[in-house]
Design a protein around this ligand. Structure first.
Ligand code: GLN
Length: 207
């Protein structure tokens, strides 16, 4: 799977990000974000969100993650994080958890296990808006796709006619596992979104 090594640090002073650590692939996300120069904290309870500028909700099993969010009392805390200008990056099960039937952080409906049984796991090269010309190798594992997205949602990548990476304002979501390759461009985009949200919050405060 890994084809190249191109970790690079991007200049992000004091960027503190969280990775929801209830279930699923949170460690690989943390590793990738640290590789890009962010400080990363695992989030298990509401107080872990204090001071974070961005939160990754990893892939895994969306029902388990949703139940964990509920039982830890994280639902209002994640909403408050987002409402206060924080960013969110949901991947695979994390994308499901962000949709309008779960946390409602993005105006989209996401269908679970949408690629069917034959295509439980596969890889594909995707053209992703904003990541340059080089395709992104995407690892899909019992992946969802976006069934409906609102007018304010930008589709960044599609596979066989289905949206698999979307963005709305401060929320980025993808149906695949960007943490399982050595290509950090989507995480870098998330970090750029997060520092962008930081500067617009500052501008608002100054006007
Ligand atoms: N199929 C899982 C679900 O519906 C998502 C799979 C994944 O995150 N790799 O929760």
């Amino acid at each position: 799977m890994p084809r190249r090594t191109r970790f690079y640090k991007i200049a992000v002073p004091d960027l503190l990000l969280g990775v929801l650590a209830i279930q699923g692939g949170f460690e690989a996300h943390a590793r990738m974000l640290r590789g890009l120069g962010a400080e990363v904290r695992e989030v298990k309870v509401p107080v872990d969100l204090v001071g974070l500028e961005g939160l990754v909700i990893p892939g895994g099993e969306s029902t388990t993650i949703s139940m964990g969010i509920e039982s830890a009392g994280l639902e209002p805390a994640i909403r408050a994080h987002h409402g206060a200008g924080g960013t969110v990056f949901g991947t695979c099960a994390g994308m499901i958890v962000c949709d309008d039937e779960h946390l409602g952080l993005i105006d989209a409906s996401v269908a679970r296990n949408a690629f069917g049984r034959q295509l439980q796991s596969f890889e594909a090269d995707l053209e992703v808006e904003g990541l340059g010309d080089e395709p992104l190798r995407a690892v899909f594992i019992r992946a969802p796709w976006v069934e409906r997205q609102g007018a304010g949602v930008e589709v960044l990548a599609s596979y066989e006619g289905h949206a698999v990476a979307i963005r709305e304002d401060r929320v980025l979501a993808c149906a695949f596992h960007p943490e399982l390759t050595d290509d950090p461009r989507l995480h870098a985009l998330f970090m750029a979104m997060t520092t962008g949200a930081r500067s617009s919050a500052r501008e608002e405060a100054e006007t």
